[in-house]
Design a protein around this ligand. Structure first.
Ligand SMILES: Nc1ncnc2c1ncn2[C@@H]1O[C@H](COP(=O)(O)OP(=O)(O)OP(=O)(O)O)[C@@H](O)[C@H]1O
Length: 552
């Protein structure tokens, strides 16, 4: 039992009156509640400890130790932008964490209810600045948050912003078992940094900077890049594709007038995101440095949030109920399409499901993407599928589009050999991967794969061809080059410019530039191809294991 706040919050369930449910996560339900002796409204996160012990959650590293760590972190931290627990206690099989009630709810909920296409620029800048202040504090105190995303950014009625959910946070100063937890695979796939997925050399607080960049895009678009894809595909895409970023064509609502403030905003926003989404963590700025980025000059006082995005919103409980009802409808309507409910029951997806659409065009696009993977694998080794069935030896890694930091190395071949040697680590990482890849990578469910969609525009729908879209984008880019922008701000030397190099390939709206494709020697090519095959097999093995687990 713990007690931290200056006010004495009681540590007995009978002193609280639970009202409506206002949130739900993988491991917990959150209720609005009254603290009777203090006559104060609070939020209580109720974690079912029994449930947290089940196998699936264990895989997600949300077991009792994780929960204990979360509560510990929540009680020790002390920063206005971090959600601090008042107290915690167990009652029956549950752990109750009592915290301040954030009546605006999470940014994710607000977007789902009222801003499905994302927020306006000053709102984004304000939200992100507040989150970044929290990260500066956490990092300075040796913590990695590991789950930065819009769903964990909470807003109070006066517009104050707090970063929540330390369920997967880790301490940089941990040793022994705790340190090993930094070599595990935790977080939410869309927001997860490549080095967290790869687990080749561990990771540090720069993983939060990547997630922060993804969150920036999430707030701008209403959903995270790749969010329509199932987790295993997100993993492949994050590792293989060029980092996502703001795209002039797609995001021109942020730069309505070519000579206005909007262009400056767009350019600084784009640069800030590009700085975060560099695959080499060493090249990402620290949170402290990022906070100095001129993008944050567009941020306002937090009461601006109360006057804008919170204005006119219905009470959090009502919004939550509505979203849940939509999700339930979706499940009923699509049960026939998607098969048994088990396939849909991964919490990460259910929570995002209300914004999903079924889109035939996109289904085709996704099928085409998957075909690419099949082709690569099959063309390079006609016996590959037979080998995969045999098991562990033939496990793999993405090769052709390795991260640029690797591709640029002149001694790429030894690094690839390293990567091949590290395959067992990657396999372990994937073994801890929490959720079943849905159908997109399921070769035995071809008619179903990739049927989920969130927003059409992600998949280049309706674009005449990728070449056209790239051309128009680069034309606009060159217009922007001559516009006033602060490229020379301090810290830019750290920023990898994802736009350098000619665009040679385009998947959806994401470009692969020549800078990212190494001039490969024969040995490198051979290693690339081996790695690629091995990753395919690894993904298949993981899926089969998951299927077996679910059947059991
Ligand atoms: N203090 C609070 N006030 C209001 N709403 C809250 C509060 N804490 C959490 N919520 C709501 O409940 C949701 C789930 O909470 P939380 O993220 O802590 O659960 P979780 O099981 O740890 O989720 P995750 O899936 O992110 O691990 C949040 O997204 C938010 O909408």
């Amino acid at each position: 039992m713990e007690q931290i706040s200056e006010k004495k919050f009681p540590v007995d369930a009978k002193d609280y009156k639970l009202y409506e449910e206002v949130g739900e996560g993988v491991s917990a339900s959150v209720f609005r509640a009254l603290c009777i002796p203090l006559n104060e409204i609070v939020a209580i996160k109720v974690l079912d400890l029994e449930k947290c012990n089940n196998d699936l959650l264990k895989k997600r590293v949300v077991h009792k130790d994780g929960i204990r760590r979360e509560v510990q972190t929540m009680t020790l931290i002390d920063h206005p932008n971090l959600l601090r627990a008042h107290c915690s206690f167990t009652t029956g099989h549950s752990l109750w964490v009592v915290m301040p009630y954030m009546s605006g709810g999470s940014c994710l909920h607000i977007m789902k209810s009222s801003y499905p296409e994302g927020f306006e620029e000053p709102v984004i800048a304000t939200l992100l600045r507040e989150v970044l202040k929290a990260l500066v504090y956490l990092h300075a105190h040796g913590h990695i948050h590991r789950d930065v995303k819009a769903g964990n950014i909470l807003i109070d009625s006066n517009g104050s912003v707090k970063l929540a959910d330390f369920g997967v946070s880790a301490c940089m100063f941990d040793t022994g078992d705790r340190q090993r937890s930094r070599n595990t695979f935790v977080g939410t796939p869309c927001w997860m940094a490549p080095e967290v997925m790869q687990q080749l050399h561990g990771y540090d607080f720069k993983a939060d900077i990547w997630s922060f960049g993804i969150t920036a895009l999430e707030l701008a678009h209403g959903h995270a890049p790749f969010s329509k894809y199932p987790p295993m595909k997100v993993l492949l895409m994050t590792l293989q594709n060029a980092p996502p970023g703001l795209d002039y064509e797609r995001d021109k609502r942020f730069s309505k007038n070519i000579v206005s403030e909007d262009v400056i905003f767009f350019q600084s926003f784009k640069e800030m995101v590009a700085a975060c989404l560099v695959k080499d963590p060493k090249k990402r700025p620290s949170s402290e440095k990022l906070l100095k980025h001129h993008f944050f000059k567009h941020a306002r006082a937090t009461d601006y949030l109360a006057r804008t995005i919170l204005d006119g919103l219905s009470p959090l409980g009502d919004r939550f109920r509505l979203l849940k009802a939509k999700e339930a409808d979706f499940l009923v309507q699509n049960k026939a399409l998607y098969g048994d409910k088990e396939h849909l029951s991964q919490q990460e997806y259910i929570r995002g499901i209300s914004a999903w659409n079924f889109n035939l065009e996109d289904l085709k696009n996704q099928a085409a993407l998957i075909q690419d993977y099949d082709d690569i694998s099959n063309s390079e080794d006609p016996n590959a599928s037979g080998k995969r069935r045999d098991g562990h030896d033939d496990v793999g890694f993405p090769a052709e589009r390795l991260p640029p930091e690797r591709a640029h190395h002149s001694d790429a071949a030894p690094q690839l050999e390293d990567a091949l040697n590290d395959i067992p680590n990657l396999e372990n990482s994937l073994a801890a991967f929490p959720v079943k890849p849905l159908q997109a990578l399921k070769y035995d469910y071809i008619p179903l794969r990739g049927c989920f969609d969130v927003f059409e525009d992600d998949a280049n729908n309706g674009s005449p061809s990728w070449k056209d879209s790239v051309k128009s984008d680069s034309e606009r880019e060159s217009q922007l080059q001559s516009s006033p922008k602060a490229e020379q701000e301090p810290g830019r030397e750290d920023v990898e410019d994802a736009s350098e190099g000619a665009v040679v390939q385009c998947k959806g709206r994401f470009k692969v530039t020549s800078a990212e494709i190494p001039p490969a020697s024969a040995r490198e090519k051979e290693l690339h191809s081996q790695l690629e095959k091995k990753l395919h097999t690894l993904v298949k093995i993981k899926e089969e294991r998951f299927d077996n687990d679910v059947r059991r």
